[in-house]
Write a protein that binds this ligand. Structure first.
Ligand code: PLP
Length: 391
């Protein structure tokens, strides 16, 4: 087994070899290296054909039409375009948005930006298990609400929100719904039509595609338009000007095609590993599962460990690539705001570990992780005895 063991598939995934092959072709072969907007010659049309094929593959994974997909630089940009672009475009109708405290920073900071410009934001707080009740969404709607933005699967805890019920409420009140699906695409089934979703953000690198590319789905009947955030040429229907990066987009398309094929097998694979890890780790006295025990996606296990200090815990797990709630490992120097929003005290948010699994994860790696964590925690507790509940 190669150390350190990679358990951070929720942060990014290795690019699938088939995706790498296609991307390399796009970069190397002169006949595909043309500008996909150069429709006056055969090479430009060949590049455009690749882009359009990728658009159809991305659309297919979520049951959208190809012309409802706008390529962006990632889910961060897609979230910005959905939230700020919708707010700007609809500001004559109202300047109120509803979102939650456990969204990705791309949504949170977009909303905070709007708040500085005079929009009102309602920040929903999840329950202790990380879920937002659909009734709480309904209660937050006001006559001038233009958008509800809630994620499908939370990137820290893996909890799955009841998007279908929330979407039904948004439709009934004629409010648009944006869903950040960066963690769920390729891992959970998504059907924007059956699910009544109006805007949906996607990322390629969370599902074995390249970094630096993503997409925003915009329902053509219900939304039609949002305001662009960038200005330039007319690419991507004027919503995302700039030369389309053929190799990135083609790589995303191929990754999404593979994800559609492999979704059921992969979901089973990661869920089995997650359950194996949890049944090993739960022997540890004073370990807590973060997030709802059932309503969660198979690829993430997030735990907090009592009786150890977050930073020491993190540094004693050097052979594991995991995400930690400890402030020292975050860009913003704060303990996980997601776990804090679930009501976890700062110390428990700090001593949390997120394991996430993917295509290459194995049962042997999980066995190793169980042993390794148990030993590290026993060691830490042995020289800084703190009362451990249940020990
Ligand atoms: C990773 C992630 C993003 C950001 O995606 P990028 O493509 O890296 O910009 C947004 N939302 C969620 C839920 C994510 O997990």
């Amino acid at each position: 087994m190669q150390l350190p063991v990679y358990f951070d598939y929720a942060a990014s995934t290795p690019v699938d070899p088939e995706v790498v092959g296609l991307m390399a072709d796009c970069l190397r072969r002169p006949e595909l290296a043309a500008n996909p907007a150069a429709l006056g010659h055969a090479a430009g049309r060949a590049a455009q054909a690749l882009v359009e094929a990728a658009r159809a593959q991305v659309a297919a994974l979520i049951n959208a039409q190809p012309d409802e997909i706008i390529f962006t630089s990632g889910a961060t940009e897609a979230d910005n375009l959905a939230v700020i672009g919708t707010a700007w475009f609809r500001q004559a109708r109202g300047r109120h948005l509803v979102t939650s405290l456990t969204e990705h920073k791309a949504v949170i900071e977009s909303c905070r930006h709007l708040a500085t410009q005079g929009w009102r934001i309602t920040w929903l707080r999840p329950d202790a298990e990380g879920l937002i009740a659909p009734a709480a969404v309904e209660a937050a709607l006001e006559p001038d609400t233009v958008l509800v933005s809630l994620m499908h699967v939370n990137n820290e805890t893996g909890v799955v929100h009841d998007i279908a019920a929330i979407a039904a409420i948004c439709r009934r009140h004629d409010v648009l719904l944006h869903v950040d699906a960066a963690q769920s695409a390729g891992r959970e089934r998504i059907d924007v039509r059956a699910g009544q979703i109006d805007l949906l953000s996607l990322s390629a690198h969370k599902i074995y595609g390249p970094k630096g590319v993503g997409a925003l789905f915009i329902d053509q009947e219900r939304v039609r338009r949002v305001s662009p955030l960038l200005f330039g040429g007319g690419q991507e229907r004027g919503l995302r000007p700039g030369t389309v990066a053929t190799h990135q987009v083609a790589g995303m398309g191929e990754a999404f095609r593979l994800a559609a094929q492999r979704l059921p097998d992969e979901a089973r694979h990661v869920t089995a590993l997650r359950d194996q890890l949890w049944s090993g780790l739960r022997q540890l006295p004073g370990i807590l599962l973060n997030g709802h025990a059932e309503r969660r996606s198979g690829h993430i296990l997030n735990v907090s460990i009592t009786g150890v200090e977050g930073e020491s815990l993190f540094y004693s797990l050097a052979d594991l690539c995991v995400a930690s709630g400890s402030a020292c490992t975050s860009l913003s120097n704060e303990a996980s705001y997601v776990l804090r929003a679930l009501g976890r005290p700062a110390a428990l948010a700090q001593s949390s570990i997120r394991f996430s699994f993917g295509r290459q994860s194995t049962a042997a790696e999980v066995d190793f992780a169980v042993e390794y964590v148990l030993r590290a925690v026993q060691h830490l507790r042995s020289f800084s005895p703190i009362d451990v509940p249940g020990a």
